[in-house]
Design a protein around this ligand. Sequence first.
Ligand code: NI
Length: 138
Amino acid sequence: MIYITRKEHFNAAHKLHRADWTEEKNAEVFGKCANPNWHGHNYEVFVTVKGEPAAETGFVIDLKFLSKLIKERVIDKLDHKNINMDVDFMKDKMASTEILTIAIWEQLEAEINAKGCYLHCVKLYETENNFVEYFGGK
Ligand code: NI
């Protein structure tokens, strides 16, 4: 098995907020991310695919295919958007890095695995210091 990673970037706004909590509790639990008038992050997403290199090409996956897939299914939907309001695959979900990472995985897994390789990891940086990794499953 060998692992190959494509990195992409997007800017997006969000807030972490529960309507069933008071403003005080939202502020206490979510901190700056509870700001009612939104705020943005410069996200970096790393998509890692694993498999065996094909005999003819030496590729685990064609990176042109992978970058186009990530762009269409993930980046075009998130870049310069409001994650809470604009993104179909985040509808009715908390806009946390964890939930967003799982949702990105779900956007990509079937089409990558249909190529005879496997989606291995989605790693999402919300800030330079905070990132989430998801390897599928529970
Ligand atoms: Ni935030």
